[in-house]
Unconditional design. Sequence first.
Length: 329
Amino acid sequence: MRMRAEDITIAIHAAREPMIEGELDLREIPPPLVWGVSIDAAATERLARRLRNHAFEPASYEYEGTPGYTGEDWGRFVVLGVSVIWRLWPPNGERMWGVDTGDQVIEDAPGVWMCFERESNSLDLEWMASDELGTDFFAGEGVLQDLPRRIERLRHVASALLDRHSGSVLGMVEHSSGNAIVLRDLLVETIPGYLDRPTSPAGTLAFDKLANLAVTMLAARLAVTGTNELPVFPDYMLPRHLRHEGVLVYSEPLAEKVDNGHVLAAESLEEMAIRWATIHAAEMLRRRLVEMGNPVATPELDYWLWSEAVLGPRAPEMGRHHLCVTEAY
């Protein structure tokens, strides 16, 4: 059933009121307006009309920088590689980090993932869990923040795979019966770095950005189903894109902070509102597209929003993304 613009407005304003504590379905309700982010129903409708006939591509990881692994190798690469995809923006005044291929510098997540293919031991879990793994694993151009923490994360993830899953990601998939939700929760509960469920005054906010991304990537080459039951992955680039489209509207104080490069505190109301609103607005958009006859799945919409903001021709026009010191995204 289609939700009218006036119904959406009522729902948004109703969210000013205290909500029941517990884990919230962020797709169904928006963040409280007083947290600093609202969703423009008219802009959402305009974007949906623009995309009603758009041929969304399946979430793809075939772009340059992603290894061509299959089977267990793909599983290990994804669980290890996604665990270190956080805070890839450079410190103020520094150059964005990337890997030089000779023809170009590959930045962002694709650059990080290139490091796994060039290191022959990257899928050897015992080696990855050992002190032999050093910061030169991420050798590249520019500044990659948190290098010691990223190496520590890889060691912990490799150790967890060995100790809790006998070193087998395929075993994790089998244990979850290939169900995306069950597999996501298994990652959150057993693999370091994948828990992303902050407690807020409104309840528990299950963002699970890295876990949802990992499951979707696993599904691209392994027998995992049900990824459309996952929400989009709230990071830096999706809200940047949605704000550029006018879908997300920041309060004046928050807009000033983001536009001036102010670092938001992790799990502050403003930072959580940006991520929550990203999930809710994307679900509004997806449902409207389905109503219009465009059966886009969540991973496809997420991939379009992200790739346009990172790799697309309009990316340089989209302004600053918010900054936050976090290991969640």
